[in-house]
Design a protein around this ligand. Structure first.
Ligand code: FMN
Length: 212
């Protein structure tokens, strides 16, 4: 099979964290979420563990509950961080925090919240190899899910702030104790489908060949 390289590169390079351009009024069918999850679970997992679980929240009351927890964790932190970035003249980061505050203010209106989870929690003081194996067995799938959404005209943002209140969220969602939440992805159709590459440092400045 020959991939369309230009199209593939465009997908990889322009799948952004979408917040302000999520369409809060257009419903998202469960089928499209399941279709993207089917692709997501083709991602690799450590020891082929496949311990991923996905909690998909489209009930308005449940979304409102999650949004309350998210705001409790996010609002003060994001405002302060945004002001600090502005004081430094870091406009890209200032924009990110402005956009993140917008998401916090509107989260309950985003049509679907997807919470990727893992079966199994790390012990306290888990060594780096264990943590890498654990989180490395879910984030590749999360990113594939985000790419699959983008290819279908939907957008998302990987967020972790609600995890400050992980236990409260677990209670709200009825999660068993051994299930670990790793993120919350607000999902909706995007207003427009054109997204740009972000500014990143040239890889030659952050790549080390053979030794640091
Ligand atoms: C581990 C991780 C945690 C993140 N947590 C949040 C979050 O809690 N809230 C949020 O609005 N964005 C969050 N983001 C999104 C980043 O802010 C975003 O990826 C970054 O600003 C770069 O934007 P881009 O993805 O469009 O290039 C997170 C991203 C990662 C990888």
């Amino acid at each position: 099979m020959n991939f369309d390289i230009a199209m593939t590169d465009e997908l990889l390079a322009t799948t952004r964290a979408v917040r302000k351009r999520l369409d809060l009024d257009r419903p998202v069918a469960r089928e499209v979420i399941l279709e993207c999850l089917e692709l997501a679970v083709q991602a690799p997992t450590g020891s082929n563990s496949q311990g991923w679980r996905w909690v998909v929240v489209d009930d308005p009351a449940q979304r409102a509950g999650l949004a309350d927890l998210y705001r409790r964790a996010a609002t003060a932190y994001l405002s302060q961080a945004g002001e600090a970035a502005a004081a430094k003249g870091d406009t890209q980061t200032e924009r990110v925090y402005g956009s993140a505050l917008y998401l916090a203010d509107h989260l309950e209106k985003v049509p679907v919240h997807v919470i990727p989870c893992l079966e199994g929690r790390p012990p306290e003081n888990a060594p780096p190899a264990m943590l890498a194996g654990l989180y490395g067995s879910i984030f590749p799938a999360v990113w594939s899910f985000q790419l699959a959404l983008r290819a279908r005209g939907l957008g998302s943002a990987l967020t972790t702030l609600h995890l400050v209140y992980e236990q409260e969220a677990a209670k709200l969602l009825g999660l068993p104790e051994h299930v670990l939440q790793v993120a919350l992805l607000p999902v909706g159709y995007t207003r427009g489908t054109d997204f740009k590459r972000a500014d990143r440092p040239p890889v030659s400045t952050i790549t080390h060949w053979n030794r640091w």
